[in-house]
Design a protein around this ligand. Sequence first.
Ligand code: FE2
Length: 132
Amino acid sequence: MKKISDLVQESDWKTEKHVPVIDFPKTLQKDKMFEISVEVGKEIAHPNTTEHHICWASLYFLPEGEKFPYQVGHYEFSAHGASVEGPNTSSVYTNHRLSVWNKTRKAGKLFAVSLCNIHGLWQSSKEIEFSS
Ligand code: FE2
């Protein structure tokens, strides 16, 4: 019996357009707000059409030594060119990038998960460490 974790794919974001890429400033301080972005297709653009697009992305943080992650961001990329005229007839397309501001006193690991409507679930992770 498969678990959902068996269905989430991982790869190198520089060669695979579905991987959500997590970015934040190189230097972080404890308890100070900082911006975290998650972008799908950072190196190789992912399509954004009515037929093929990124539906959503979520960001979780697992503080060091804790058992459960916190969801720190989620965004639904809702507009993909559809209108009453049909697929790809509007000029409205939501780009698949989210940005959140966050602070923490603990180091830990960020996990991003995103969904392509035809290529499934993708994830990546990145460690958060403090400079002092
Ligand atoms: Fe896709």
